[in-house]
Design a protein around this ligand. Sequence first.
Ligand SMILES: Nc1ncnc2c1ncn2[C@@H]1O[C@H](COP(=O)(O)OP(=O)(O)OP(=O)(O)O)[C@@H](O)[C@H]1O
Ligand SMILES: [Mg+2]
Length: 206
Amino acid sequence: MRTVLIANPKGGSGKTTVATNLAGYFATRGRRVILSDLDRQQSAMQWLQRRPYKLPLIRPGDDRKSKTSKDVEWMIIDSPAGLRGDKLSDAIKQADWVIVPVQPSAFDIGATRDFLELLREEKAIRKQRAFVAMAGVRVDPRTRTAASLQSFMESTGLPILTYLREAQVYRLAAEQGASLFDIRPSLVARDLQQWAPLLHWLVNAD
Ligand SMILES: Nc1ncnc2c1ncn2[C@@H]1O[C@H](COP(=O)(O)OP(=O)(O)OP(=O)(O)O)[C@@H](O)[C@H]1O
Ligand SMILES: [Mg+2]
């Protein structure tokens, strides 16, 4: 089983959006996938409850049987705002990869910079048992804040997986328990293109 943790202690940075869409991707590819939710708000689990039966199956992480099941191929972990300390360490210990979503805003960049410092001190990261990468979220490339985000991300030296644009389809999909990968591709062609390098990184990283 390969485990991807989505983490950024800044609230509203796009963690649940990335986590649910990633789980949706593996499900549509016929992979056995678990979506685990460490957030007391349980947004990812509520999304899963809204998910129509006819869409490809994603199993919930609180299902003990599915978590220990040997046939699980991917586990996607959504995490809460404010994650730090032992809870952060425990989550990272489980992960092969940590994806940090960041929005183009000075507040988000500041909080993320501090978080990356914490991550670098984590043993699992130092020993290269887990790898960290970044993803820009809700990015409009024509804006100055997008340029600031890009220079911040480049300054970290971490892999930059993608910049996802702001699009209403993310909110619509969230409402329907769907991912972008469950929607007719012609309607989300540009967004799927933006996901491609992130997916490529994960699938080819091991
Ligand atoms: N690319 C996008 N385009 C449009 N809306 C988006 C996009 N990404 C995220 N959102 C919206 O932004 C809001 C915050 O995103 P999300 O809930 O994924 O963040 P979060 O990091 O999980 O928040 P929290 O810290 O509260 O758990 C949500 O309403 C979500 O639908
Ligand atoms: Mg969330």
